[in-house]
Design a binder for this molecule. Structure first.
Ligand SMILES: [Zn+2]
Length: 73
C-alpha cells in the first residue's frame, strides 16, 4: 500500500511531484503544462520496472533505474 503524504496533491497543482523513491521534489513537465517533460529525453523504462501507481521519479532516481534496467545484477 502506498503512503502518500498529504502535501503531494497540493504540490502537483504547481507542476511539482515528489519522487516516489527518495521523496525529493522535482518538476514534472507534463503536470506543469510543458510541451515535453525532461524525462522524455531519457530512455524509457521497461514496463516491468514501473510500480503500479508510480509514474514519475526524480532525475536522479530515474537515471539509476534506467541504469539498473540496462545492466542487471
Ligand atoms: Zn528520487
Amino acid at each position: 500500500m502506498m503512503n502518500v503524504p498529504p502535501e503531494q496533491s497540493d504540490e502537483q497543482a504547481h507542476g511539482t511531484r515528489v519522487c516516489a523513491q527518495c521523496g525529493a521534489p522535482f518538476r514534472c513537465g507534463m503536470l506543469a503544462g510543458d510541451a515535453a517533460c525532461w524525462c522524455a529525453t531519457l530512455p524509457a523504462l521497461p514496463l516491468d520496472r514501473l510500480r503500479p501507481g508510480v509514474s514519475c521519479l526524480c532525475p536522479a532516481c530515474l537515471a539509476r533505474e534506467i541504469e539498473r534496467a540496462a545492466r542487471p545484477d
